[in-house]
Ligand binder design. Sequence first.
Ligand code: IMP
Length: 218
Amino acid sequence: MASSRVILVATTNPGKVRELRALLGDTVQWQSLADFPGVTEVEEDGATFAENARKKALGYAQATGLWTLADDSGLVVDALGGAPGVNSARFAGARAQGEDRKTVDRRNMEKLLGLLEGVPREKRTARFVCYLCLASPEEVLLETQGTVEGLIAEEPAGTGGFGYDPVFLVPQLGRTVAQLGEEEKNAISHRGNAMRRLKPLLAELLSALSNKGADRRY
Ligand code: IMP
């Protein structure tokens, strides 16, 4: 039975909300920022993924009064000292007005491949990282993280996914993430792994609250 608890997902991306529903189910009612068009955007200016996820979760929870789940994710490349990291979305410069996401993704991948030119395969190790944070307006309630390990390919391959997926090779599958189906990607992805860790913790939290009855803080 669906609970009456509403959780805001701090994204306007319908794909992320769909992914969450598929992984976490209907134990709560999910809303997204698309349902709150008047809310001011929380800036992602933290130095770490964890900081950004916390800042977004607390910021939107305070703005709406709802429990809020926020994520921050990106690509960490060992040969580049962890770059692009928290700058993954704007690695090759901020998105220009009117510029579509695919063009930004292409610019980012070109910059990445340029920086790694001549770097041998064994030194092209990288991981996608995702931090998730659930917060009430008062405090952080839950945090999880997930990663997926891989190698940066010599050139892009595949048309699925988004961001750096065409250049992120999953060695045990012999394919880039952009060559995987949506379900295959969710099964191994950093975001999928972080959500699978969140699921039992959220169930525990909701059950503790329902056993306690109405909790004044929430
Ligand atoms: P955000 O967490 O949505 O802000 O993601 C930041 C950036 O990290 C994105 O714009 C992408 O460039 C990159 N990124 C995050 N997750 C993925 C993924 O699953 N595949 C490819 N790139 C990703």
